[in-house]
Ligand binder design. Structure first.
Ligand code: SF4
Length: 334
């Protein structure tokens, strides 16, 4: 995609070898992930349930401890920030969850819901806060007469607009939307996607859009990153990805998305992903047990991440893929 700039500007947010484990058994939710998000662009983070997408979101917000690695926000490592520094970052990075009703306090009116972050971050005075709340509601398509009403009095789509307004009221630089449209009806989903696209264009914020749905990602993303069992398998511009996915898992996902029938892959239900234990790491390719293009080396050695070198108009497009098929990559692989 022409506006992809993975390689040309310093990223707003950069994950470096980030690992996150679930529990005391050290089940890896996120396994040495390197990922970057550019100012003002949308990165679509794709994978099925258990791939580690939400764990990345929670680690960025420090809602879950990371085991190792770095999370750089404008060059500063979030994981090493003290509480005062982290509070400042939380104002700049906001999160929108999948279930809007569960994410909103039933005891707070809409006005109180939007006032709380302004008070928490000590933004503005009494008068300017009320003006900010009205303006933000207008931005998400709600009238100020909703101020005294409570979350349960709204439809799911309106509840998600309120949740988005709460996220926007602090003027964030980065919005993380974690399956933010997954629980909505298709027609409402389209409206909320359109709202998010308009907001991003108007406000110039960056977006980490987490979804299991490639059709949704195709509508919204400038760049795409594919996760499987905690590992990042592919990252590229959305145009390069949708015109030629490089990783066998990505190809399977796209085939699945465009077909009524799931593709016949080895080993049954490929869509159910299990977390890997630390013991499994480095032993093989994470997708080897289900890959139709598996080679002997795939079960002996973990692949490294390759940058595909195109010889056509995509030459400037960064496209990284973690697969042994590209060990000797020299030109257009797809
Ligand atoms: S490394 Fe091997 S098993 Fe893994 S995705 Fe590539 S070809 Fe398939």
């Amino acid at each position: 995609m022409s506006n992809s700039s993975l390689q040309t500007k310093p990223p707003m947010l950069e994950l470096q070898d980030l690992s996150v484990s679930f529990d005391r058994q050290r089940q890896l939710a996120v396994d040495r992930v390197n990922l970057s998000i550019q100012e003002g662009l949308t990165l679509g983070l794709v994978g099925s349930s258990g791939a580690g997408k939400s764990s990345i979101a929670r680690a960025i917000m420090r809602l879950h401890d990371a085991d190792s690695g770095k999370i750089l926000f404008r060059g500063e490592d979030i994981l090493r920030m003290d509480p005062r520094e982290m509070k400042a970052v939380r104002q700049r990075i906001q999160l929108v969850f999948q279930d809007p009703l569960a994410s909103l306090s039933p005891r707070r009116s809409v006005g109180q819901t939007l006032l709380e972050p302004l008070q928490h971050f000590a933004l503005g005075d009494t008068l300017s806060r009320q003006e900010k709340i009205r303006h933000t509601l207008h931005t998400v398509g709600l009238d100020h007469d909703v101020l005294r009403r409570y979350p349960h009095q709204f439809s799911a789509g309106q509840q998600q607009r309120i949740a988005i307004a709460r996220a926007l009221v602090t003027d964030p630089d980065l919005l993380i939307a974690d399956e933010a449209v997954a629980s909505l009806d298709v027609s409402i989903q389209a409206q909320i996607l359109e709202l998010i696209l308009d907001l991003q264009k108007d406000l110039g914020i960056a977006l980490l859009f987490i979804s299991h749905d490639l059709a949704v990602i195709r509508q919204i993303a400038d760049e795409v990153a594919i996760m499987y069992r905690g590992q990042l398998l592919e990252q590229s511009s959305a145009d390069a990805f949708f015109s030629g996915p490089a990783h066998p898992y990505s190809r399977a996902l796209l085939t699945f998305a465009s077909s009524a029938e799931p593709p016949r892959l080895p080993d049954g239900n490929w869509n159910l992903e299990q977390a890997r234990s630390a013991m499994e790491v480095n032993a093989s390719c994470v997708f080897a047990h289900k890959c139709a293009e598996k080679m002997p080396v795939c079960e002996q050695l973990e692949p490294r991440s390759h940058r595909i070198q195109y010889r056509d108009e995509r030459a400037m497009e960064p496209h990284c893929v973690k697969c042994h098929l590209y060990d000797e990559a020299t030109g257009n692989e797809n």
